[in-house]
Design a protein around this ligand. Structure first.
Ligand SMILES: Nc1ncnc2c1ncn2[C@@H]1O[C@H](COP(=O)(O)OP(=O)(O)OP(=O)(O)O)[C@@H](O)[C@H]1O
Length: 592
């Protein structure tokens, strides 16, 4: 309920006066509908079906006035008024329906934009904590349920406004009969409250099942090569069969719940009308016209009660989606990076980067398992630094920290002697060109994949970057050259070709710091040698950090940092930072 209230508040503040206009117009619609119905009675009166007034307020006077008119005018006039009232109602209804969709879609877009922005601005560790498939699930399926809930909420509010106006008219016509009908409605709603609770439980299960569904299909198609090569198709098919079976059962459970509620309401409506007529005729002795009107009004109101009950059930079944979305929004807000301003423009590194007594561990790691432990190193500007070490030693973690993607748990990262945080972190990130272990390309042309990091790069600059990355030859051999579409994540290219394109992309950006994480691991020795020579030529213009397992890749590096279980040691040939005495003094100060 709290989540529902939260989103209702958001809807109110987003829609502003528009929401109230919508509700007022709905109430007006209810009024028109009631007036339209009320006009049926004088018609019946004029036709002599109700006697004098039939007990309906104002009808006697109305009929008398109509009878003053010539016979040939009275009925056509009344019919014209009736058509005009119903016509205005139809026009209002049209405007209302469009306004409701506009409100719903506008609000969902507002939520979607906010969430997408929150995700884009969340820091890097956030994505280590959240499963990608859960984010997809929330952005697609769960947001669709929230959209449905908004629609229901508006519908429910409209139904309530409409119903209240009609109840008012019914009260005016006959207070005791209306009181009786309302008491019966309340009794039925009370009897149905267990159904509403059950709807919530079914909704929880819907969320869990669809989360598993998204996670499953995400993983399975990302790992389809392994599934096929290990002949795992049958076991995945059986998983899919069982999950979709549970989804079907869950959907059926909800449909059953709604159908039961509907039939209870129908049954009770028939019973109620029977008791109602009996009560009106035998006990209250109400007039035929009045009885007819109230019966018509309630025949129209009762389905609205059913809609309200069904809406409440559906709304509660969407509650888990609201909760999931709210949690994600909260997490994004907690992990939000500072806004970029002029001060966060790319920096040109003059002296270099420095880690001082840096510790870092991932959320899941214990105290003893720091991914980086007491790391004090210096990356001199304009030089090439190699980071080597066994698998899991902490090389990628160190690279991510140097790029400003991770924040040290203890210790500091300095850029040109300035601690990296807030604006400086963004400025550092703007200055980095990065090629990861798993090169990523968008499903688009090679040109677009290069231009996405620098849209104003010229054709010559693109080819220059491709030459640097030893990718010019293979790209020029492609029938469509730069306009060749690379496929999903670059699947139409070989692993080595993908790596070279991602390297070219990093170069197009003209970064002042270039970080290559195993960026040439899939290349043959000729291409690797070409890239190594190109990196040699960059020396002095760019700060280069290369992570590599192969010694051939790091040949010629100005310094080598060896990582071992999160600890770093700089090789003999490294450029020394400061005197040992000063270093020890600072170390003690930070530890304290
Ligand atoms: N997102 C993460 N969550 C939890 N632990 C992680 C995460 N990423 C890395 N680790 C752990 O941190 C340690 C260092 O990992 P890192 O990726 O930095 O090693 P690496 O030297 O780059 O390895 P490789 O050469 O295999 O890429 C490892 O023990 C690893 O299991």
């Amino acid at each position: 309920m709290d989540d529902l209230r939260h989103y209702l508040g958001r809807l109110r503040s987003w829609a502003g006066a528009g929401l109230y206009v919508h509700l007022l117009a709905t109430a007006a619609l209810g009024l028109f509908d009631g007036v339209g119905l009320y006009l049926l009675v004088p018609m019946l009166g004029l036709l002599g079906l109700l006697g004098e007034g039939g007990g309906v307020p104002l009808l006697g006077q109305g009929l008398a006035a109509l009878r003053e008119l010539p016979d040939s005018y009275a009925l056509p006039l009344l019919l014209a008024v009736y058509v005009a009232v119903v016509g205005v109602q139809a026009l209002l209804q049209r405007v209302q329906s469009i306004r409701a969709v506009r409100l719903q879609q506008g609000f969902i877009r507002h939520l979607r934009l906010g969430l997408y922005e929150g995700l884009m601005r969340a820091n890097w560790p956030f994505f280590g904590r959240r499963r990608n498939s859960d984010i997809h699930h929330l952005l697609t399926s769960e947001l669709a349920r929230v959209s449905q809930a908004t629609h229901l909420l508006l519908q429910l509010a409209s139904s309530l406004a409409f119903t209240i106006v009609q109840i008012g008219i019914a009260f005016w016509l006959s207070a005791p009969l209306t009181g009786f009908a309302l008491a019966s409605g309340a009794l039925i709603a009370f009897a149905m409250r267990r159904k509403v609770r059950r709807a919530k439980a079914v909704g929880n299960e819907t969320s869990e099942l669809s989360q598993s569904f998204y996670a499953g299909i995400n993983d399975h198609f990302a790992g389809i090569k392994d599934i096929k090569s290990n002949r795992l198709e049958a076991s995945f098919l059986s998983w899919f069969g069982s999950l979709t079976g549970r989804m079907e059962a869950n959907f059926l459970a909800f449909a059953r719940l709604q159908a039961t509620t509907r039939s209870w309401y129908q049954l009770s409506a028939a019973a109620l009308i029977a008791v109602f007529v009996l009560l009106a005729v035998e006990v209250l002795h109400v007039g035929a016209g009045q009885l007819l009107l109230v019966v018509i009004i309630f025949a129209r109101l009762w389905p609205r009660f059913t809609t309200i009950q069904a809406g409440a059930e559906q709304l509660l079944s969407a509650a888990p989606a609201l909760r999931g979305l709210r949690e994600l929004e909260r997490d994004c807000a907690a992990a939000r990076e500072p806004e970029a301003t002029g001060a966060s423009d790319a920096m040109s590194l003059q002296r270099g980067l420095e880690c001082r007594y840096v510790y870092y561990r991932y959320g899941t790691q214990a105290e003893a398992d720091y991914a980086l432990r007491d790391v004090s190193i210096r990356i001199p500007a304009g030089r090439m630094t190699a980071i080597v070490g066994r698998s899991g030693a902490g090389k990628s973690t160190l690279a991510e920290l140097l790029m400003g993607l991770l924040e040290p748990e203890r210790g500091v990262l300095l850029a040109d002697g300035v601690p990296v945080s807030g604006e400086t972190r963004l400025a550092l990130r703007h200055s980095v060109g990065y090629v990861s272990q798993e090169p990523f390309l968008f499903h688009d042309s090679i040109r677009h994949n290069l231009l996405c990091v620098r849209p104003d790069a010229s054709e010559e600059e693109l080819w220059e970057a491709l030459r640097f990355a030893a990718a010019d030859e293979f790209v020029s051999r492609l029938p469509e050259g730069l306009d060749t579409v690379v496929g999903d994540r670059g699947c139409r290219l070989s692993g080595g070709e993908r790596q070279r394109l991602v390297l070219a992309r990093a170069i197009v950006r003209k970064p002042s710091i270039l970080v290559l994480d195993e960026a040439t691991s899939a290349l043959d020795s000729d291409n690797e040698e070409r890239i190594r020579e190109a990196l040699d030529r960059l020396r002095g213009t760019m700060t280069i950090v290369v992570i590599a397992h192969r010694l051939s890749t790091i040949r010629g590096a100005d310094q080598v940092i060896a990582m071992e279980r999160g600890e770093a040691s700089v090789s003999e040939t490294s450029i020394q930072t400061e005197g040992t005495g000063e270093a020890d003094r600072r170390k003690e100060a930070i530890r304290a």
